[in-house]
Ligand binder design. Structure first.
Ligand code: PMP
Length: 293
C-alpha cells in the first residue's frame, strides 16, 4: 500500500504527492528540511526539530504558512494516517513555484511537505564493529557563504564528500572546514573521547548543529562526563581514545579507523557504548505520543 503524504494543507496518496518543475526547491535548492525519527509511538525531539526548521526558515526569509504548533501536528497526523509508530519523517519547506529566474519574490506560496515512512536501519554490525571512515578533499561550506547551520535543500557540499568517501572505499567522510579544523561527517556530527572527556567541534566551525549531537552532550553530562566544544585537527582525530558519529538516521555509531589510523583499541570504546545505551533508552520516553493511550 502506498503512503499518505502531506502536501500544502492536504493529505494525499503518494501518486498525487507531486511538485511543480518550476518549484525553486527543485530549480535552485531554495528550501529547507528536517529528518526526524519516531520510536515507540513517540516523535523523538520533535520540538527541537521544529525549532531548527523555523530557524533555517528565518535565515532564508522563508515565511512558513503554519505555526510551530500546526507544523508539529502535521508531523503527528502524517504518522497517524500511515499507521506508523516508528519510522522516519521528512519535513520539507520549499520557496514554492516561481519562474526560471532566481528571484524568490516571484514565488507566491511557500510549499510544505511531510513524508512519514519506515526507516531502513543501518546494519547492527556497524554498531558492534564500528566504522572505518576517511577525511576528504572537499571542505565544509564557509559560514559566510551558505551557513552549514541552515539545513537547506542544497546538499551538494556533502554529496561531493560522500562520493569521495565512496572512492576511498568507505561509507562516510569527515569534512574539515576551510582552515583545516574538523567539522563534521556528510550527514552526521563527530565526537572524540580523550581521557574520558567528550570533545566535539563548536557550531561556529561550520556544521549543522545536530539534535542528536546536543542530546548526546546532555546524556554525557548526566553521566558526569566532561563535555567540551573545541576546535581540533586531524592530529587529534588520529590520536583519540574513541570516536563516534551522531545523527538522526545513524543515532550513535562508533568509528574505529580514520584515514587508515586505528582509533584507540580498534574496537568501539566504553564511553561510546555507554552513550549508545543511554541514547536508546532516551528514545523510549522523549517526544509527544503519536497515538494516544
Ligand atoms: N550534519 C549534517 C550535515 C546533517 O545533514 C545531519 C542530519 N542528517 C547531521 C549533522 C546530524 O543532525 P541531527 O542529529 O539533527 O540529525
Amino acid at each position: 500500500m502506498g503512503l499518505t503524504i502531506y502536501v500544502n494543507g492536504e493529505y494525499v496518496p503518494e501518486e498525487k504527492a507531486v511538485v511543480s518543475v518550476f518549484d525553486h526547491g527543485l530549480l535552485y535548492g531554495d528550501g529547507i528540511f528536517e529528518g526526524i525519527r519516531a520510536y515507540h509511538n513517540r516523535v523523538f525531539k520533535l520540538k527541537e526539530h521544529i525549532d531548527r526548521l523555523y530557524d533555517s526558515a528565518n535565515v532564508l526569509m522563508l515565511d512558513i504558512p503554519l505555526t510551530r504548533a500546526e507544523m508539529a501536528e502535521v508531523v503527528l497526523e502524517t504518522m497517524r494516517r500511515n499507521g506508523l509508530r516508528e519510522g522516519y519523517i521528512r519535513l520539507i519547506v520549499t520557496r514554492g513555484v516561481g519562474d526560471l529566474g532566481l528571484d524568490p519574490k516571484k514565488c507566491k506560496r511557500v510549499g510544505v511537505i511531510c513524508i512519514g515512512a519506515s526507516i531502513q536501519l543501518y546494519p547492527e554490525e556497524f554498531y558492534e564493529r564500528g566504522l572505518e571512515i576517511v577525511t576528504v578533499p572537499t571542505r565544509r561550506n564557509l559560514n559566510e557563504a551558505v551557513n552549514p547551520r541552515i539545513k537547506s535543500l542544497n546538499y551538494l557540499n556533502n554529496i561531493l564528500a560522500k562520493m569521495e568517501a565512496s572512492l576511498a572505499g568507505t561509507i562516510e567522510a569527515v569534512m574539515l572546514n576551510a582552515e583545516g579544523y574538523v567539522a563534521e561527517a556528510t550527514g552526521d556530527n563527530i565526537f572524540i573521547v580523550n581521557n574520558g572527556t567528550l570533545i566535539t567541534p563548536p557550531s561556529h566551525v561550520g556544521i549543522l548543529e545536530g539534535i542528536t549531537r546536543n542530546a548526546v552532550m546532555d546524556l554525557a553530562r548526566d553521566r558526569g562526563l566532561p563535555v567540551a566544544e573545541k576546535l581540533f585537527t586531524r592530529f587529534e582525530l588520529y590520536t583519540a581514545d574513541e570516536c563516534f558519529l551522531t545523527g538522526t538516521a545513524a543515532e550513535v555509531i562508533p568509528v574505529i579507523k580514520i584515514d587508515g589510523r586505528v582509533i584507540g583499541s580498534g574496537r568501539p570504546g566504553e564511553v561510546t557504548k555507554t552513550l549508545i545505551h543511554d541514547f536508546r533508552a532516551l528514545t523510549k520516553t522523549d517526544g509527544p505520543e503519536i497515538f494516544q493511550g
